[in-house]
Design a protein around this ligand. Sequence first.
Ligand code: GAL
Length: 997
Amino acid sequence: MAGLRRILHSLWISLFFLCLSSTAEDSVTQWPLHNDGYNKVVEWDHYSFQIDTQRIFVFSGEFHYWRIPVPDLWRDILEKVKAAGFTAFSFYSNWAYHAPNNETLDFSTGAHDITPLFELAKELGLYIIVRPGPYINAETTAGGFPLWLTTGDYGSLRNNDTRYTNAWKPYFTEMSKITSRYQVTDGENAICYQIENEYGDQWISTTDKTPNETAISYMELLEENARQNGIRIPLTSNDPNMNSHSWGSDFSNEGGNVDIAGVDSYPSCWTCDLSVCDSTNGAYVAYQVVDYYDYFQDYQPTLPEFMPEFQGGSYNPWGGPEGGCPDDTGADFANLFYRWNIGQRVTAMSLYMIFGGTNWGGIAAPVTASSYDYSSPISEDRSIGSKYYETKLLALFTRSAKDLTMTDLIGNGTQYTDNSAVRAYELRNPSTNAGFYATFHVNTSSGTNEAFHLKVDTSAGSLTVPSHGGVLRLNGHQSKIVVTDFTFGSAKLLYSTAEVLTFSILDGVPTLALWVPTGESGEFNIHGAKKGSIKSCQGCSKVKFIKEHGGLTATFTQSYGMSVLEIDGIRVLLLDRTYAYEFWAPALTTILVQGPYLVRGASLSGSKLAVTGDIVNSTTLEIFAPKAVKSVTWNGKEISTRQTEYGSLKGSLSSSKSITLPKLTSWKSKDSLPERFADYDDSGIAWVDADHMTTLNPRTPTTLPVLYADEYGFHNGIRLWRGYFNGSASAVNLNVQGGTAFGWTAWLNGEHLGSFYGNDSAEQASLTLPFTNVTVHTTKSNVLLVVHDDTGHDETTGALNPRGILDATLTDSTGFTHWRLAGTAGGESNLDPVRGVYNEDGLYGERVGWHLPGYKESSWTSVKGSALSVSGATVGFFRTTVSLDLPSDHDISISFVLGTPSSSALTYRAQLFVNGYQYGRFNPYIGNQVEFPVPPGVLDYSGENTIAVAVWAQSKEGGSISVDWKVNYAAGSSLNTRQINEASLRPVWTEKRLKYV
Ligand code: GAL
């Protein structure tokens, strides 16, 4: 097996260095550290990244600022990332979001200004992996390509075609320039810069290494551009699988190589529609892990095992279960798979996603619905739960286990255990001799409860642990990492069967936090210790101390809560899972905190300790701090604390306020589809002639003119086509394409002809609609109105698939005389630079700005009853305003809840607008999503809010929708969401909108 060969190889390497030098310490420094030739601050070898001479475990998570367009909330996300123990975060920038047209680049308006991300990273102490594309995938429309790029005028994209090169250059240059101001080489926090995304195209044939010159030239253009514009940190790549072997210099010296090539992996598939999970990893088997170690040894032996994307959840397809699929990628997944990577010797990984956010407006590609919750550790509504906490258990460990950044895989298998269902991977630091034994079921798909003992090598010799009557357990889809010779401050654990959570040195003495699930036993030995005592026994029983192995062994059985032992002055905290979940080690201080739902940060100034965080329920707060601390504030308010006999400070925090939202009433409505009538005047500036008789799009039109919407500058969501014809006709055949879950409806001279309601697999639909029940004029022009939406452009090579009418044919007619088209008001002119390119579709109401705050709807019809209803097949627009006066000092999260009253038709499509932001696409005929989180900043918690809903009834039965809202959580918090009310994020209606009738 390649694995064994590699293990021997690494042993050989270790021996080689031992022979070369006298001490193990020397040996490791002789391994060549590499750098990119531009700086020596970021270096790497096969063990890890090293920054400023310090090896680091890069535990990162991805989040997309453009999926939460309120810059003040980026702090919330990043504080949560930091609090969980991560050392870094990564982000894709989205070219389309910044480039409404080929002449404009916006990196300054509202959330388009990304500099706060870099500034926050510095303030909070998180490294950044910048991923500028220009192609990003990300389940975003056209994979992040601006939609003006999808017409064919720029070629087939992702190659060295000059038309494409000239298009990406301004954006990529700007991203490089911005990033160049925030590099770790200058004391800032960006540590690497990813070129392209999953562009595993270096080879025409990997087997005989036939280079793909076009792809190589494209990569070289991007790399040159990055370097020319100031990027001095390493360039990286993310191979989509372990077969494409692209851009890594260990594999070949062909052109286009980056400095550090990485591999992405989604072992549980990337979508919660598991039926499609069979391509990259073979058929889906729950909890089946993938071997990475051999791959890295074989193909990237001089690089750290770097996973620029490792599964953090999975996206929710149209028709998929609401809230994603947490069962497949929940807390157990996090526990098992992230530990698995450690066993595989991975020292740099970024969870995709740490926070998914929302596919608001037209951001999504057709594969995913409105929610991009992604079952991430931080949910779309910004709440945290078991998955976040479970991830935190491991992230805090990796942050404190410095020795983990330099290990060799010594061996793996069941020979380490006395249970043939359990195996271990033994990692050892060649410099310190610290050992890490990552234990797993032999078949990781199995979730049985297995008891075992583990054979470990320690500085006190080989031991089988636990050795005093207890057992180690893997109960369910779980893994445990057993440490040996683990240093914490001046002390050392000879071994511990309870997992290390973290430690801190307070007044020169370590406090060590260990955790083990309730009901299980734990055993650890502190090297050199002599005496132990129980200081508090809330969650322990059967505590015994045994002098052996030149130190003191403690054994215990964990009950509920936290117990405190003192061993030669060292404080050891024993926590169950629940207490460990609520245990915090705020970085940049030494304090440890148990109790709150979230601790965001802490700062110490003399005798004053200031802690910030969130409380949902009344909580006891326990703080382990230096003795000098005499007073404690929580979110700025002093709290009374008492000192426990083992030196911690205890206080209590009261629960958050309960919030009741006002009812959403007083709706007004107006018809929003005047375009269906033959006498509607479409000569205004909102409309263009759809008159192209040729196209560069690779799909050859079967009827003319070309009715591809992007050709005419209308890229987002709903478009309206008016086709004119004279004289008689008996039917029309329309073939419309809009991506999975799209729909369309046609009217002739104001009368409803028919609809395609959509489903979760059809991207295109052709219908022949007879004119039997409608009036065809013979003495004046007939007008056919086709309204269709799209669910975004396809990703990768599908980006150019047109959106619009592919074929339009009249039966028994001389054909259409001409077509007019309307879409987003102003087309590419970027009428609303704040909310940006994805926000608006082309409905009449949107074009004239009925979705915006400040429009006066007083002349509209008042809605009676609670549901918002339209009769017949048309589009209705509804508006109401509602004032909020929510408490300060709270983080409050709100979702809208949309529904269809019973016995009403499901054949409608609705858009939800909150203060002008399109924050939900509700397709009850297709999808299951009924809850739509809307962040503060989009909502104003201390002022008036405009809520608008467009209902496009696709059938004669009309459409009826109920609109409500609810509080997801209210936490007493240092994040004061009432203050996130920057009015500039919510520009108001102006009269200039009226031109777009
Ligand atoms: C990866 C890709 C990401 C995202 C992910 C699935 O292959 O790089 O952008 O699409 O799959 O969520």
